[in-house]
Ligand binder design. Sequence first.
Ligand code: HEC
Length: 176
Amino acid sequence: MTGGFGEATCHKCHFGSPLSESSESLKVDAPPRFEAGKTYVITVRLVRAGTKNSGFQLSARFKDTGHQAGGLRPMDGRTAVVPGESNPVRYIQHTREGIELTGTGEAEWRFQWEAPRRGAPVVMHVAANAGNRDDSEFGDSIHTRELTISPLPDKTEVKFYCSRQMTGGAVHSHSH
Ligand code: HEC
């Protein structure tokens, strides 16, 4: 329900306000590039005056295939990983506890992302709901973001580049 790869967003049910794609209200703190297999801390923050409670959902998928990219792991009781309803993708989202705000009009969720072994661009989709605590799907405001995280060049690529330089260049006299 993150809006990625043709999915619906939370707006499907929480449709009281227009869908917002503003980066002012929904901020995602993720690395611009990733190293294969390395673990990063991702922060999702939703800020909106008047918000009483909120929730979110995030996915990490390969841009080319739409398959799961790496692993998502909660760091506290505010998030949990859930399987997709109609696909093998695993999503991270708020728990009951994670609905509570962390500041005035502000909610934050922190969790880990273990980057995939495969060095291909990853796209993260996030949808978040700024709720009014009326225990209904009405009067809430849905925000979405999409960000692409490119892999850092892996070591085999670097080696290849280096040996090409070596064979073609006059500077290095030693052979590989
Ligand atoms: C299939 C319909 C549906 C979808 C899709 C849906 N929700 Fe909801 N949501 C509801 C209903 C109904 C409630 C009220 C009942 C409840 O609290 O369990 C609710 C309540 C909530 C609440 C509590 C806020 C309040 O004011 O009661 C949060 C937070 C929330 N949803 C977040 C989300 C997020 C984030 C998504 C998308 C990732 C999402 N929801 C997608 C139906 C939906």
